[in-house]
Design a protein around this ligand. Sequence first.
Ligand SMILES: *Cc1c(COP(=O)(O)O)cnc(C)c1O
Length: 421
Amino acid sequence: MHHFDYRGGILHAEGVSLARIAGEVGTPFYCYSSATLQRHYKVFDQAFESMDHMVCYSPKANSNLAVMKTLGDLGAGADVVSEGELRRALAVGIAPDKIVFSGVGKTAAEMRFALETGISCFNVESEPELDLLSQVASGMGVKAAVSIRVNPDVDAGTHEKITTGLAHNKFGISYARAGEVYARAAALGGIKIAGVDMHIGSQITDLEPFSKAYTLMAELVEMLRAAGHTIEHLDMGGGLGIPYRGTNDIPPHPDEYAAMIKRTVGHLGCKLVFEPGRMIAGNAGILVTKIIYAKPSEGRTFLIADAAMNDLIRPTLYDAFHDIWPVDEALKAVPAITGDLVGPVCESGDYIARERSLPDAKAGQMLAVLSAGAYGAVQAGTYNTRLLVPEVMVHGDDYAVVRPRQTYEELIGLDELAAWQ
Ligand SMILES: *Cc1c(COP(=O)(O)O)cnc(C)c1O
């Protein structure tokens, strides 16, 4: 469900024509719908209405301050994975006691900053991390609340680059050793055990892997409690998928996800923490790009657009599929072509859609790349000295540029010549 649709023959974001934004901002640009963000957050949050819970949005998916503020204003917390993300969460007024800190490589400096801030919990991913956190917290005379990320060795059935819950992934500690690691944590100074954490992967479209993992988690909580640990909360991670292919790959509704959670861990009486990213932001954003050339080639046409892999790397990195819609609805009536939508970057891996049925767009016409709100702009780079893509947020009939297009002065000015030059 999103708020991108045709009005008067032109694709709109809520009440605003994308042709109008393109005229004023230029292309390419990301466009976010605040109504879609709000709707997704509310649907997810309300699914857990009857349970003690906290939704910590994962800014890793989209950390634009305007996006985070939209969610923070609805009561969202944040699941951060770096000091930078923590600073963004604080900048939009998310209360520290609604912030959890995940990630395999937290540095001492990041731990110190998070402890000074007074975040709610560290999701600890290894024993060396536990030791360092103990040292840092003890040195500051405080106790760090921790939950340990346990890896249930469950296959999330998703792309290999976004599965995280298998034994050979770098995340968490093994399920078999959890008892031992919790015992160690309990004996360490500066550490207070608060919960158990899990996150098995992303773009999961089936409840089965979640249900397996959460069942294991419930058994672990009972085992840890029997060993004398206080387990107040369960961090269920993120990972709920979104429909990238229209109606062909419908993921479970948050209500079904919530019912399964009630069944698997409801009896424990734990506060539940959720870390959704993609489910909130994915379908709330699109990337609008203009065709520079339509290049006929052997057996296929290349639509060469002004957006490239540096702006949206998901197709290259994860073989991701994004629906492509023309901004001008009239193009829908023209027979589709078979071809590739590619960018100007000098890499054969630079494509947004490959061997696909695409609108027969000519130079100057615009296409919208759907479901680009999560893991899109956050992964953008400047390869080929291309400017970071701007971001726009729509709110009803109004829109704002929430990240202006970078300028060449800003980009090239980041470099300095050496003193001897
Ligand atoms: C990436 C990540 C998330 C968010 O995942 P989504 O699939 O976007 O919901 C949540 N928790 C952790 C620890 C992550 O690494």
